[in-house]
Design a protein around this ligand. Structure first.
Ligand code: MN3
Length: 205
């Protein structure tokens, strides 16, 4: 069973004008597909060939001598997570997640400021994240393909800040892309459902 390229969970033009149809076409059909194809090429005829993508990412993180597998598999996983981190119906954090944001980060405005700061200041390519780590919400960023998945943290939402995520729409203006993302397309229902899962997993441990 090879790693699959999932369809976008919305139409290619569903996030316009904030994220254009042509950005999603290139980003999903070319960039994400290339990571999936390369991962499948690298796991073919190995003991990882029939594993889930999450298991492949975690195994590859332990094989420090083979960075290509980690880079491609983690990028495949991060993009699966990123498509779900956006929605045409952005909404607002509610319920238990809203309470936890208040408690750990000082409220919704402080969270938005922290996410924007993490996304804008990540030097070069990478990702900004809201995670649940040791029972607390945490905002941060990772470089290149790196992912909280291999650092014992549960990701709740992510922003792709590789240039390919925004260059067609915003050229070099990453702050404008991040602002549009946070105001219009961030999928708070996805964050809330990840938060519930992570809390219950933690309670079960
Ligand atoms: Mn990308």
């Amino acid at each position: 069973m090879a790693v699959q390229l999932p369809n976008l969970p919305y139409a290619y033009d569903a996030l316009a004008p904030h994220i254009s149809k042509s950005t999603l076409e290139f980003h999903h059909d070319k960039h994400h597909k290339a990571y999936v194809d390369k991962t499948n090429e690298l796991i073919a005829n190995t003991e990882l060939a029939d594993k889930s993508l999450e298991e492949i990412v975690k195994a590859a993180a332990r094989q420090k001598d083979k960075p290509a597998l980690f880079n491609n598999a983690a990028q495949a996983w991060n993009h699966n997570f990123f498509w779900q981190s956006m929605s045409p119906r952005s909404g607002k954090p509610s319920g238990a997640l809203a309470d936890q944001i208040q408690k750990d980060l000082g409220g919704q405005d402080a969270l938005i400021t922290a996410l924007k700061n993490a996304a804008v200041t990540q030097f070069g390519s990478g990702w900004a994240w809201l995670c649940l780590a040791n029972g607390k919400l945490e905002v941060g960023s990772t470089s290149n393909a790196d992912t909280p998945l291999v650092h014992g943290k549960a990701p709740l939402i992510t922003i792709d800040v590789w240039e390919h995520a925004y260059y067609l729409d915003y050229q070099n203006r990453r702050p404008d892309y991040v602002t549009a993302f946070l105001q219009n397309v961030i999928n708070w229902d996805f964050a809330a459902s990840n938060f519930e899962k992570a809390r219950h997993q933690r309670a079960a441990e």
